[in-house]
Design a protein around this ligand. Structure first.
Ligand SMILES: N[C@@H](CCC(=O)N[C@@H](CS)C(=O)NCC(=O)O)C(=O)O
Length: 213
């Protein structure tokens, strides 16, 4: 058995953050596929009891520990390995600031929007319009920051970058807009992230794509 087990599925950008981190740090890890779409396994009593009481993907099992919330997991892995670790107090707080903003207002809107567009049986147009307006309002904040620096916190990539790219490598057709094209500084940063050794695409790092019909 590998050292780390990541409960995930290929369609989850929240889980991708962790899969990408594990790959970038060259960890000994294996994915455990969660049947999110057909069975809603993440909401089952068994999953909540054994893996994550919050009923969410991702969860990372490491020995006797089971961790959830990608921001916590990224911090755990960075602190254990010293890789992608924000340096000093100021960077530590900055990383947390951007990870929370991302979870709530960047990928926190991109994820549900893409879910409604691709996977929901009866997507609610009002809900989608609400999310799209916020996506269009918030992506420029990230683009502006990346116009002036190589990575979110400065010259070096950190867990803040790994968090922020959660949903951004999924195909543009799945959103109906092209993040990299519409926001060129984000596009250039995504390429820099992609150039890191052992970078992988979400559909390659995690199981379950394409979805069974
Ligand atoms: N802030 C969390 C978000 C996790 C999350 O929302 N995961 C989704 C899958 S992408 C989930 O498991 N949702 C539970 C459900 O819809 O039942 C993180 O970053 O880990």
């Amino acid at each position: 058995m590998a050292e780390f087990q990541l409960y995930c599925m290929a369609q989850s950008g929240n889980a991708y953050r962790v899969a990408l981190m594990l790959n970038l740090i060259d960890a000994d890890w294996e994915p455990v596929w969660v049947d999110f779409f057909a069975k809603g396994e993440q909401r089952s009593a068994e999953y909540r009891a054994k893996v994550n009481e919050m009923g969410e993907v991702p969860a990372l099992v490491h020995g006797g520990r089971s961790l959830s919330q990608s921001g916590v997991i990224l911090t755990y892995l960075a602190e254990r390995t010293g890789k992608f670790l924000p340096q000093g107090d100021d960077q530590r707080y900055e990383a947390l600031r951007w990870i929370i903003f991302d979870n709530q207002k960047i990928n926190g809107f991109l994820g549900p929007y893409r879910f409604l567009k691709n996977f929901a049986k009866t997507p609610d147009p009002g809900g989608m319009a609400f999310l799209l307006a916020r996506i269009n309002g918030n992506l420029p904040i990230i683009n502006k920051r990346l116009e002036n620096q190589t990575f979110l916190l400065g010259d070096q990539p950190t867990i803040a970058d790994i968090s922020m790219c959660g949903y951004m490598y999924y195909p543009a057709e799945e959103f109906g807009f092209d993040i990299a094209k519409d926001h060129p500084a984000i596009g250039a940063w995504l390429k820099r992230m992609q150039a890191l050794p052992r970078w992988g695409h979400p559909y390659d790092l995690m199981p379950g794509h394409p979805l069974a019909k």
